[in-house]
Design a protein. Structure first.
Length: 388
């Protein structure tokens, strides 16, 4: 390879330069401190694991399986996977490494790796931060997680104009089960819902059992009152369907009470990753951003792959996306070369004030620190910080 190309990085992978890195690191620290203040314990998970450990979600989520890099372990000859999502790893911790009775709350932050970008103009190596709650199937746990997600966005300084989307995979899945649909028909319906293709949906559902209910689910997906008015009594009496419907209404009411100025939208046929989600699904969007700032949902039984099925709910976000477009210029003070006691004391005092101080080396002068903003100078026997 020519030398001129050796510094190039793969598509979807990028360096993070000092001004942006400072913003991201500050955001990471503040976010983890915030989650700790809410009782979420920090865990670190390995960057690479045996593929069987990472497959607790990928068995039911082909998208995650395709997003996972796979390599052969030179020590054991077994297949390894580079984590594309940290949720299966935290589920493994909850099931075997740190099994606790009752509710367990965990948080994490680390780089994940995707074989392909997961969205337009996104990195293949997101810095994923998230929180997981295990051991409670109560709607209160979902409300806590949604509230935590919104609060984290607010802590990051991005609360202005945000929009919360709520949905529940149980409405669709319970109706599919009641109608006795096969997998092929289920996939076709899911595709129509995702594309919001109402004319096609009307044609497709004409000959289906409970076809009018499937159409109503898509037609009135954003209006719970209208949806309830257009559903058949048989469907509304279904225990699973009613439980999912009530969960969406309760969560909407609870979150609106906590965040009265928040715009909340309902979309009961937003079926992203519905293969592993088992209940409520939620996402936060900001103006002029196509991808969600954070998203999550309920995925009960995720630990079954590890021998301990537990109710679970959680969310995650990409810190690179949260920090996009924000830069932080730090004050940098240049001090002259020397080891006089008063100079060293002045340097230490300046650093104690939270400023970065660089002491010149050898024959260097101010030009050797092009990003310096201030200098430490001696005025009448007193050291002072002056702007350059």
């Amino acid at each position: 390879m020519p030398i001129s190309e050796t510094w190039l990085l793969p598509d979807g992978v990028a360096d993070v330069l000092p001004e942006q890195a400072q913003v991201i690191e500050t955001l990471r620290r503040n976010s983890l401190d915030f989650l700790a203040s809410r009782g979420y314990q920090l865990v670190y998970t390995p960057f690479i694991e045996y593929i069987e450990s990472l497959s607790s979600l990928s068995e039911s989520n082909q998208d995650l399986d395709l997003a996972t890099f796979k390599v052969i372990d030179q020590l054991s000859g077994r297949l390894l996977g580079v984590r594309a999502d940290m949720t299966p790893q935290v589920a493994r911790i909850d099931a075997h490494v740190h099994p606790v009775d009752g509710v367990a709350r965990y948080c994490y932050a680390g780089t994940v790796l995707h074989t392909k970008p997961q969205g337009f103009n996104t990195t293949r190596a997101p810095l994923q931060l998230g929180a997981e709650l295990f051991g409670s199937d109560s709607i209160d746990a979902d409300v806590e997680m949604v509230d935590l997600m919104i609060s984290l966005i607010q802590e990051a300084g991005l609360a202005d104009g945000i929009h919360l989307d709520l949905g529940h995979v149980g409405l669709f899945l319970s109706l599919v089960q009641k109608a006795g649909l096969n997998k092929a028909t289920e996939r076709q319906l899911s595709d129509l819902y995702q594309r919001k293709a109402l004319p096609e949906l009307a044609d497709f559902t004409q000959d289906l059992a409970f076809g009018s209910d499937f159409y109503a689910l898509g037609r009135f997906a954003s209006d719970l009152d209208a949806l309830e008015a257009h559903l058949s009594a048989d469907v509304l009496a279904n225990v699973e369907f009613k439980h999912a419907f009530d969960a969406v209404k309760t969560t909407q009411a609870e979150i609106q009470a906590r965040w009265p100025n928040l715009h909340i939208g309902i979309d009961v046929v937003e079926l992203r990753s519905y293969h592993y989600h088992t209940g409520l699904m939620y996402a936060v969007y900001a103006p002029n951003r196509a991808a969600p700032l954070a998203q999550g949902g309920r995925y009960d039984g995720i630990g079954q792959h590890f021998g301990r099925a537990r109710p679970a709910t959680g969310f995650s976000c990409d810190l690179y996306a949260l920090s996009a477009g924000r830069f932080q210029a730090k004050s940098v003070v240049v001090a002259p070369k020397g080891n006089q006691a008063d100079l060293l004391a002045a340097i230490q005092a300046t650093r104690t004030q939270g400023l970065s101080v660089i002491q010149l080396l050898g024959q260097d002068d101010l030009s050797s620190v092009p990003y310096a903003t201030h200098q430490l100078v001696n005025r009448n026997g007193e050291w002072a910080v002056e702007k350059i």
